[in-house]
Write a protein that binds this ligand. Structure first.
Ligand SMILES: [Zn+2]
Length: 55
């Protein structure tokens, strides 16, 4: 079992969710959780997920 802990970060009053593994930011908590799950299980990045990341 992987423990998903997605961090919540607020920048200029906008809330982001951060994958604690690759440190990408997402607008969508679901995407951040998906990313973190992937990162922790596979130890790599999934382009299908990271393309949703906030720059
Ligand atoms: Zn990630």
């Amino acid at each position: 079992m992987v423990n998903i802990m997605v961090a919540t970060i607020t920048k200029q009053r906008v809330k982001f969710f951060q994958c604690e593994e690759c440190l990408f930011y997402y607008n969508d908590k679901k995407m951040a959780e998906k990313c973190e799950k992937w990162c922790k299980e596979k130890h790599s990045c999934n382009m299908e997920i990271t393309k949703h990341a906030v720059k």
